[in-house]
Write a protein that binds this ligand. Structure first.
Ligand SMILES: C[S@@+](CC[C@H](N)C(=O)[O-])C[C@H]1O[C@@H](n2cnc3c(N)ncnc32)[C@H](O)[C@@H]1O
Length: 307
């Protein structure tokens, strides 16, 4: 049992203090962030924290809260402070080696799944007795934390998932996150390398889906990003180059060689890139459209080869 410290604050008092101090960096989100930090530091559920609110905080938990609060007050994003974040129901480890998975990317996954269902794919959690059996191949290029690849593997029981990244550091995190999907991880392979170069040649013309959330910020936009993003998330995950379209155009131009005839390409874009992304897709021989994210902004390029 943890030693009792009668001078320790109660959980209620500590939460109030953390909330007040976070207001400077988190604004309206201070109460929610304080709650996240206390839950993480205590290891308790929200219900336990409520029933134990007037108990003194143990020394170790107090230390953990203080350490997390200090990192957050230094401007480190909450998700890196907590060390994990939710993506389509998966609890993924995140740190400064990977982009923090965004809600709009959950929509990208949904669009990809819908496209596969339209092509006859089964949706649902894996049958444990079928682990390792696959019917079609999908690729997540630029996988970062593994968010897209792991969600696809978890939700599509017959998919063989190829996840790639040029960043060896990102792949360390993605591989750690394989544990989040249990036996479905047996259908995921993670490879290091530049976009399509990372994929085995035998997969040319075999992919039913290629999906990517590539870097799409311009060199000039980067300095103006919110400091939490600009100073903490990996530059190589955010910035594409002078136009912001370099990675999108590269993926669109390369995808026809790797897709099966009825395959589909799904790419996350910035809303203002809609027309340029569609033009690139048409130039590569795709029929394409752009779907909205949760906020109604143009966000997801969906392209299939014209036959
Ligand atoms: C915007 S992040 C997306 C991460 C993750 N897929 C997600 O949606 O949260 C872009 C990812 O592409 C990777 N990347 C950048 N350039 C690349 C390249 N030339 N080849 C492969 N991956 C690349 C970055 O390392 C980063 O992990």
């Amino acid at each position: 049992m943890a030693p009792r410290n009668d001078d320790a604050p109660t959980w209620r008092a500590l939460e109030a203090e953390v909330r007040a101090r976070l207001a400077a960096v988190a604004g309206d989100a201070a109460a929610a962030e304080a709650r996240w930090i206390l839950l993480e530091a205590s290891g308790a559920s929200a219900a336990e924290l409520a029933t134990d609110a007037d108990d003194p905080v143990g020394a170790l938990a107090h230390h953990r809260v203080t350490a997390m609060l200090e990192r957050r007050l230094d401007g480190v994003p909450l998700q890196y402070v907590l060390g994990s974040w939710q993506f389509r129901g998966l609890d993924l480890m995140v740190d400064s080696r990977v982009l923090i998975p965004r809600p709009e990317t959950e929509v990208v996954v949904q669009v990809a799944i819908d496209a596969l269902v339209a092509r006859g794919a089964r949706v649902g959690r894996s049958d444990p007795w079928a682990a390792g059996l696959t019917e079609y191949a999908v690729a997540d290029l630029g996988t970062g934390s593994g968010a897209i690849a792991l969600a696809l593997a978890a939700e599509l029981p017959d998919a063989a998932v190829w996840a790639t990244d040029v960043s060896a550091d990102a792949l360390v995190v993605a591989r750690a996150n394989l544990a989040a999907i249990g036996s479905a991880a047996t259908r995921v392979r993670m490879l290091e390398g530049d976009w399509f170069v990372a994929l085995p040649d035998a997969l040319r013309g075999e992919m039913r889906l290629i999906v990517s959330n590539p870097p799409y910020v311009t060199d000039a936009e980067h300095p103006a990003l919110p400091p939490e993003v600009r100073d903490h998330e990996p530059h190589g995950a955010l910035v594409s180059g002078p136009t912001g379209l370099e990675c999108v155009e590269h993926l669109v131009a390369g995808a026809p060689d790797w897709l099966e005839p009825a395959g589909v390409l799904v790419i996350e874009i910035a809303p203002h890139q809609r027309d340029a992304a569609l033009a690139a897709a048409h130039a590569a021989g795709f029929a394409a459209e752009v779907r909205p994210d949760l906020a109604g902004r143009d966000r997801v390029l969906v392209a299939q080869l014209e036959t």
